[in-house]
Design a protein around this ligand. Structure first.
Ligand SMILES: Nc1ncnc2c1ncn2[C@@H]1O[C@H](COP(=O)(O)OP(=O)(O)O)[C@@H](O)[C@H]1O
Ligand SMILES: [Mg+2]
Length: 249
């Protein structure tokens, strides 16, 4: 579903991503974990070309994004939703309007917009909140609106950058439940960036561990616990599991 092939990204002289190759399968909930500054957000933003790579190729849904014209890229991006730590809702628009905007931008048929917005708000359990403004919502509610907005154009992939890092533990569990539902009932492939192992462990099938712009290791998480995909050392992930958070990398 998502393929990065030897992708690099520099900010001036600084190499934020160093020739990373990664495959994320259709239907997966894939975690990316690592300390602050490891390059997690940059890697995620390379997956929809919010950051364009200096080198390498990005393929999503069998389309090589790095070879597309800007018009085709805009089209391809409709199938990639994204949510953020700070929700990024438009403050002076209602819940309804926040979701509707993404349909307008995608030229979704006008007559069908209202129904589609309501469908998405129902999916996240917020249909009765449609007239409210973001400032009237809790953090968890704001993230639900952001999820509804990201789902509006029926994406195949949902990219999540620290989606629960501003939320308390109960709300975190709630939002992870919504994301699990997005994956299971809509079949959306999900990528979650987080610095919290608990979050990753509770929802992901596979985890990529990043340090200093590189992949340190990849592990699969099975119901019976963390398993190595290959024979790479397990110590790092065991450490993470104990701490529940990334402190050292
Ligand atoms: N737009 C930018 N300009 C300059 N440096 C950046 C930019 N974005 C990220 N970086 C740097 O790249 C590195 C990785 O950043 P980021 O991907 O945000 O890490 P993470 O999400 O793992 O905390 C950091 O050192 C950060 O300072
Ligand atoms: Mg980040």
């Amino acid at each position: 579903m998502i393929k990065l092939h030897q992708v690099s990204k520099n900010f001036s002289q600084f190499q934020a991503i160093k020739s990373v190759s990664l495959v994320i399968n259709k239907g997966e909930i894939h975690g990316i974990i690592g300390a602050s500054g490891a390059g997690k957000s940059t890697l995620l933003r390379l997956m929809n070309l919010l950051e364009s790579p200096d080198d390498g190729e990005v393929e999503v849904n069998d389309q090589k994004l790095t070879s597309l014209s800007s018009i085709d890229l805009r089209q391809a991006r409709k199938s990639i939703g994204m949510i953020f730590q700070h929700f990024n809702l438009v403050a002076n628009k209602t819940v309804f309007e926040n979701v509707a905007v993404s349909l307008e931008l995608a030229n979704y048929p006008k007559k069908e917009r209202r129904n589609r917005v309501m469908e998405c708000l129902q999916f996240v359990g917020l249909e009765t909140f449609m007239e409210k403004y973001p400032s009237q919502l809790s953090g968890g509610e704001k993230q639900r609106v952001a999820i509804a907005r990201a789902l509006a154009n029926n994406p195949q992939v949902l990219l999540c950058d620290e989606p629960t890092s501003s939320l308390d533990p109960n709300t975190t569990a709630e939002i992870l439940g919504v994301l699990e539902n997005v994956n299971k009932s809509l079949g959306v492939t999900i990528v979650i960036v987080s610095h919290e192992m608990e979050v990753i462990k509770s929802i992901c099938n596979r985890v990529t561990v990043m340090t200093d712009g590189e992949i340190y290791e990849e592990v699969s998480i099975e119901p019976k616990g963390i398993q190595d995909i290959d024979d790479s050392p397990k110590r790092f992930v065991e450490q993470l599991t104990k701490d529940g958070e990334m402190h050292h990398a």
